[in-house]
Design a binder for this molecule. Structure first.
Ligand SMILES: NC(=O)c1ccc[n+]([C@@H]2O[C@H](COP(=O)([O-])OP(=O)(O)OC[C@H]3O[C@@H](n4cnc5c(N)ncnc54)[C@H](O)[C@@H]3O)[C@@H](O)[C@H]2O)c1
Length: 260
């Protein structure tokens, strides 16, 4: 499949996990990529993975913090300066935040998680939708979470932010459909990435694998998801194959969010 030939896709959180797997998938389908992350080493590793999968791929890397407006202005401007347009936007960067009861979840931690996971998604939408509106076309996928549609527990900041991402997705999708722009969200369950590994270390510092086993047993598929399984869905949603899907929040969780 070459659904992204001559298309420019911007990915935040491109230096790890879901962002990296999506970069590899889209480059393999012909996309030109602009990858944003706070981690220079992460971006370098993604470029290596992309080049291995798609040696001809054009890749721009940009160090930026999605929670800072001046950084978002810069990553959008630099992408347009290099490629002239933005066809697809995977608005994906996020952090897991601390895991504990609400009474122990500090306001400072709440603000930190919301700044990256919600304000960062809003800022990306604000700036990228302006470019897409002028073009008269575009596709966006925001990364929410099962924690954005269900109560997971011990995640006040994360839950508030991810429910907010679902709200932002639906709100902007109904605004921009008339301009030829589709906006959807994904709601991944437990996907084995560095973020999840860190979460397991918080739950059980001595034996993160044992903490992980609880999630495996609770999932109908009895396994974690893998990042390429998310990338495949993001690629579909950003492609013309999903031309009548707008304002959807797509669970990718092995059935976890529907299990009683
Ligand atoms: N892995 C899962 O199970 C899972 C489940 C549901 C949702 N998600 C969401 O998927 C997204 C990607 O997570 P992942 O699992 O790939 O995690 P990850 O930690 O592997 O990757 C996240 C990337 O975002 C970058 N990042 C963090 N803060 C940033 C900032 N302020 N500005 C720019 N980049 C920043 C990190 O450096 C990292 O490269 C996140 O929004 C996360 O909440 C993940």
């Amino acid at each position: 499949m070459n659904r992204f030939t001559d298309r420019v896709v911007l990915i935040t959180g491109g230096g790890s996990g879901l962002g990296r797997a999506t970069a590899v998938r889209l480059a393999s389908e012909g996309a030109k990529l602009s990858l944003v992350d706070v981690s220079e080493a992460g971006l370098a590793a993604t470029v290596e993975a992309v080049t291995a999968a798609a040696p001809e791929a054009e890749v721009l890397t940009l160090i930026a913090d999605v929670s800072k407006e001046e950084d978002v202005d810069r990553y959008v401007a630099d992408t347009v300066a290099r490629f002239g347009r933005i066809d697809g936007f995977f608005n994906n960067a996020g952090i897991e935040g601390r895991q504990n009861l609400t009474e122990d979840f500090s306001a400072a931690e709440f603000d930190k998680v919301v700044a990256i996971n919600l304000r960062g998604v809003f800022l990306g939408l604000e700036k990228v939708l302006k470019v897409m509106h002028e073009q008269g076309s575009g596709m966006v996928v925001n990364t929410a979470s099962v924690g954005g549609i269900r109560g997971v527990g011990n995640q006040s900041g994360y839950a508030a932010a991810k429910h907010g991402v679902v709200g932002l997705t639906r709100n902007s999708a109904v605004e921009y459909g008339q301009f030829g722009i589709r906006i959807n969200a994904i709601a991944p369950g437990a996907i084995w990435t560095p973020m999840v590994e860190n979460s397991m270390k918080q739950l059980d510092p001595e034996n993160p694998r044992a903490a992980a086993e609880q999630f495996i047993q609770a999932n109908p598929t009895k396994r974690y998801g893998e990042a390429p399984e998310i990338a495949a869905v993001v690629a579909f949603l950003l492609s013309d194959d999903a031309s009548y899907i707008n304002a959807a929040v797509v669970p990718i969780d092995g059935g976890q969010s529907y299990k009683y």
